[in-house]
Design a protein around this ligand. Structure first.
Ligand code: ADP
Ligand code: MG
Length: 576
């Protein structure tokens, strides 16, 4: 019920358009239903009786019809163009709601979701919904009006012939309904295959560099051929069903006409109805058969649109896990103290990644996290900007529980530089300015200089206006990383997280990146995760994190002296 209300709510901004649409539909139906009556009148009263002013009446009727058809022209024009425009606008509203909701969803949601499927949901479901939103009421309304109008008029001419005609129509209804089910099945299969082949193309093209480096083009092609063959097979099946349906349908209509000729003929022979009345009946077959088929077809559009809306609505109703609490506050001039108090966390309730972690990071301190891969270092860092919510304990920034800080304010004050850099398809300028939309040219260049990026950017043909390609493929790893650091410089956050920012780089890039990272870290509270332990020797505090929790903690010298896990890791690293 709520869902229906929600659906109807999307009509609200377009009430005027909607009612005008319905009005036009009514006028159009009226004209179509009226046409056979006029023909009957002309046949009976004018062509049959040949009054003196015969030509005059005929011309007058023609003029009247002309006016009606002009009206019909405008009505149909409105329904076809503005009806669809209304649907498209409603679709746009829904798409916007969905997109804005997706932006709010938490990391945990995206961990479980498939982007391809989300995208196909946004396009397919919303299209189905908009088709239903626009054609639904109109189709049902027009069809019912036409069916009721023509049946009423036929009944006034002769009830028996009408009933026989309706009886014969049942065969067509059954036939159409049966093929409707069949077509629904093949079309569903069709859509599934389209999704499959699209996913295959997307995956293969997105991974084209891997495909080529393994020289697996032939394998990709053969996998594609398989999908393609299945795809064309289901297409063929659907065209076979469609062919049978349309030809069968026309054939049955032909039979219907013949039946009316025979039945009507018998009635005319017995002088129960007149010849012109029989012609009227034949004309009405067309008027009411078409809407019956439309109603049957509508059931499919209805189901598709409704199940699309179902998915759309349940998605909109999925609450983001992490939201502002009602009493959340803004952070004021952040000093950058971070405290972990008895923090435990697991992604899926099964394996605890962090167990009862206690740690205090002073403002401006540099703290390094080390430990085996999978020990929870990245997880530790993603709890601070509240990408995930702690299960137990609490995290404080400047003495305030982060659950009591507005998300936007918290995240504005934390900069994260990771190993995988994501650049948006656009120019270098756009990507750097992402750190501070609206920053001036000077600010941007200053940030780029600090990030050791300015020189290489100036060497590019288009400088800051160089397009980086999809995900930044036109740049090297080191260049991408330096752009992401420039972004962080522009953002200028008091708290900085560097998660293996140099791991993927060659020695020369690593040196350049490390240099700018050292500048970036100055005057900020910094958490560093580094694969090369030599880079964190100078950290104020080194924390060794394993799946068991914090194993040891201290300065480089202290930990070396203690001779524990850190000392072991450091000696191993030194050998490499
Ligand atoms: P590190 O950065 O120290 O290598 P991580 O924090 O990335 O370790 O991972 C710690 C553990 O959490 C690993 O066992 C990993 O499989 C798991 N993990 C990491 N991210 C997720 C996630 N998004 N969903 C579920 N499990 C995750
Ligand atoms: Mg990690």
């Amino acid at each position: 019920m709520d869902k229906l209300k929600a659906f109807i709510r999307y009509y609200k901004p377009y009430k005027g358009m909607f009612f005008l649409d319905m009005f036009c539909a009514t006028v159009l139906c009226g004209i179509d239903v009226f046409f056979p009556v006029l023909i009957q009148y002309l046949l009976d009263e004018v062509y049959g009786k040949r009054p003196d002013n015969m030509l005059e009446i005929i011309l007058l009727s023609a003029a009247g019809l002309f006016v009606l058809y002009i009206i019909r022209y405008f009505c149909q024009y409105y329904i076809t163009s503005w009806g669809h425009i209304m649907g498209a606008r409603m679709e746009a509203d829904m798409r916007r709601d969905l997109f804005s909701h997706l932006q709010k969803m938490s990391f945990s949601f995206y961990d479980e979701s498939n982007t391809g499927r989300l995208m196909s949901r946004i396009t397919n479901d919303l299209f189905d919904i908009s088709e239903l939103a626009h054609h639904g009421p109109e189709d049902v309304f027009i069809s019912l009006l036409k069916i009721i109008g023509s049946v009423v008029i036929m009944l006034t001419i002769d009830a028996r012939v009408t009933l026989i005609l309706l009886g014969l129509t049942i065969s067509i209804i059954i036939f159409t309904a049966y093929y409707n089910l069949k077509m629904r099945a093949v079309f569903a299969k069709n859509r599934e295959k389209v999704a499959q082949i699209n996913a295959r193309i997307q995956d293969s093209l997105a991974g084209i560099r891997v495909v080529k480096s393994f020289s697996n083009e032939a394998m990709e092609l053969s996998k594609f051929d398989e999908d393609n063959a299945q795809f064309v097979k289901t297409k063929e099946d659907s065209y076979t069903v469609m062919g049978r349906f349309f030809s069968g349908n026309s054939f049955l209509q032909g039979i219907l006409y013949i039946s009316v000729l025979v039945v009507g003929g018998i009635f005319v022979t017995r002088q129960v109805i007149s010849a012109t009345e029989m012609v009227t009946f034949i004309l009405y077959i067309n008027v009411f058969l078409n809407p019956i088929e439309r109603l049957i077809n509508f059931t499919e559009a209805f189901q598709r649109g409704m199940s699309g809306f179902d998915r759309f609505w349940s998605m909109l109703n999925r609450k983001p896990e992490i939201v502002d609490s009602p009493d959340a506050v803004d952070l004021q001039s952040v000093k950058g103290e971070i405290i972990f108090e008895n923090v435990s966390f697991s992604y899926n309730d099964k394996n605890e990644v962090l167990k009862n972690v206690n740690l205090r990071i002073e403002p401006g301190q540099t703290v390094a996290l080390v430990g085996p891969s999978g020990g929870g270092k990245t997880t530790f860092c993603s709890l601070i900007p509240r990408f995930y919510e702690v299960n137990e304990g609490r995290i404080l920034v400047d003495g305030i529980d982060i659950r009591k800080i507005k998300l936007e304010s918290l995240r504005k004050n934390i900069g994260v530089v990771q190993q995988d850099v994501y650049l948006f398809g656009g120019t270098i300028r756009e990507n750097i300015l992402y750190g501070k939309p609206g920053a001036s040219e000077e600010e941007m260049i200053a940030a780029a200089k600090l990030a050791n990026a300015h020189d290489f950017i100036m060497e590019l043909k288009d400088g800051y206006d160089t397009f980086v390609g999809e995900r930044g493929v036109k740049l090297s790893g080191g260049q991408k990383q330096r752009i992401s650091i420039a972004r962080a410089f522009l953002k200028n956050p008091p708290i900085l997280i560097l998660d293996e920012a140099t791991s993927a780089l060659d020695n020369e890039s690593e040196r350049l990146v490390q240099e700018s990272l050292n500048i970036l870290a100055r005057g900020r509270t910094t958490l560093i995760i580094a694969h090369r332990l030599s880079t964190i020797r100078k950290a104020d505090k080194i924390v060794v994190l394993t799946s068991k929790g914090i194993e040891e903690m201290g300065t480089h010298e202290e930990l070396l002296k203690a001779g524990g896990l850190y000392a072991e890791l450091y000696r191993e690293g030194a050998k490499v």
